[in-house]
Design a binder for this molecule. Structure first.
Ligand code: HSE
Length: 405
């Protein structure tokens, strides 16, 4: 019998208990051993809950119970999750987490402590919710040199962008609706400003390089400035707009970024709509593989946590390989990365189509039927720095979106 404790009985924590209890027979059959939840740690009481008797408020009860070998940390936030996880690992208890904030901030240290104490720090649920992506990077893709990872890593913003496109709606209206439907947080900043996706690509980049890619090294731009007219330009060109998180090399210089991008049908991420996530991983031998599914939500995320619990139960006193060192990977700024840009201008006597076409070495000028007061160009291929230099010379830029070819 494997006994586990769940820290935090919120959405994911209660999902973990549900998956372990509902699928207990199936899990026992596969593992040859039964997994049982012995404790649930939470500050709150849960009167009437079928698991009410498992709730404790004092973490030392769990820490000191030698029967408990695995901890599911589903509290979120850095503290006290960091201190609790560290203490568990130091006593040889494995920790399985969905907490991307903690993994991005202290992942490699916790992995090292786990190794030193012959247990495991597992974090499949921290990126892509229920989608298996950490385990493929750590095991199936080991023979590969990973050349790039590009993903839609945030369900909330993908839901908002999909609805804006399909219903020709404003960002603010769709955000409000998403909040009412429970798809967006009351404080949506981490999602809509790209910070959540930034933490996730920092984690994936660290696994890609085997060294720590700090979240601060990820250039981050959110979706708050995207408007229905951007989708009109996009659709007139056969593109859609997605918040992409990417990590790759530009002439040997690694960079990671999150920003809205125009992508067309030939990109497999084009079809990833709604709350779903999709992650494209390019290996130097294998080429592209894509991982798709529910990137958030109670049971998908809980299922990923339980997958890690089962892995820990299969590897008692054995450290499962995870190549993520504490040393920092030097990342480069995106300034020297080249691409095309879609740039929108207010049409004035100083900002004319021929002038902007020439300044931005544009291959195309687009004027929408509905709006003669503005136009857009698709620039020639240029670096971010070049684009900025040119854009500084123009007063009437209404917006810019990068194009991912
Ligand atoms: N807020 C996150 C999202 C939850 O929308 O994807 C899953 O990490």
């Amino acid at each position: 019998m494997v006994k586990v404790a769940v820290l935090g009985y919120g959405t994911v924590g209660s999902g973990v208990v549900e998956v372990l209890q509902k699928n207990q027979d199936a899990i026992t059959e596969k593992l040859n051993e039964t997994i049982e939840v012995k404790y649930i740690l939470d500050l709150r009481e849960f009167p009437g809950d079928p698991n009410e008797s498992l709730v404790v408020h004092d973490y030392s009860i769990i820490l000191e119970d030698t029967e408990v070998s695995i901890i599911c940390e589903t509290m979120g936030g850095v503290e006290p999750a960091y201190t609790f996880s560290k203490k568990a690992l130091l006593t040889g208890k494995s920790v399985c987490t969905s907490n991307k904030e903690l993994v991005a901030a202290h992942g490699p240290e916790l992995i090292r402590i786990a190794k030193e104490n012959h247990c495991n720090y597992m974090f499949e649920a921290s990126v892509g919710g229920g989608i298996p992506i950490i385990r493929p990077l750590n095991s199936s893709l080991t023979p590969e040199k990973i050349e790039g990872i590009t993903g839609i890593l945030n369900g909330t913003t993908n839901f908002i962008l999909t609805k804006m496109r399909d219903e020709e709606a404003d960002f603010a209206d769709v955000l409000k609706e998403a909040q009412e439907m429970g798809f967006a947080e009351k404080n949506p900043e981490a999602d809509v400003e790209g910070h959540d996706a930034g933490r996730k690509i920092a984690i994936l980049s660290s696994l890609m390089y085997g060294e720590t890619v700090k979240y601060d090294a990820v250039s981050t731009e959110g979706i708050t400035k995207i408007s229905p007219i951007d989708f009109e330009y996009a659709s007139s060109l056969g593109y859609t707009i997605k918040l992409l998180a990417m990590s790759k090399e530009n002439n040997g210089a690694p960079f990671a970024m999150v920003a809205p991008f125009l992508i067309n049908k030939s990109n497999p991420l084009f079809a990833v709509d709604g709350v779903f996530n999709g992650i494209l991983v390019k290996g130097n031998m294998l080429g592209n593989t894509m991982y798709y599914g529910a990137g958030a939500g109670k049971l998908p995320t809980a299922s990923a946590v339980v997958g890690d619990v089962i892995d820990c139960a299969r590897h008692k006193n054995v450290s499962i390989s995870c190549n993520w060192k504490e040393s920092e990977k030097q990342m480069h700024s995106i300034e020297e990365v080249s691409r095309r840009f879609l740039v929108r201008f207010k049409a004035t006597s100083e900002t004319t189509q021929p002038q902007m076409k020439e300044l931005f070495d544009a291959s195309k000028v687009i004027v929408l039927e509905a709006s003669k007061s503005e136009f857009a160009v698709i620039t020639g291929v240029m670096t971010e720095a070049e684009y900025k230099r040119k854009a500084e010379k123009v007063l009437d830029i209404l917006g810019m979106i990068r194009i991912e070819e």
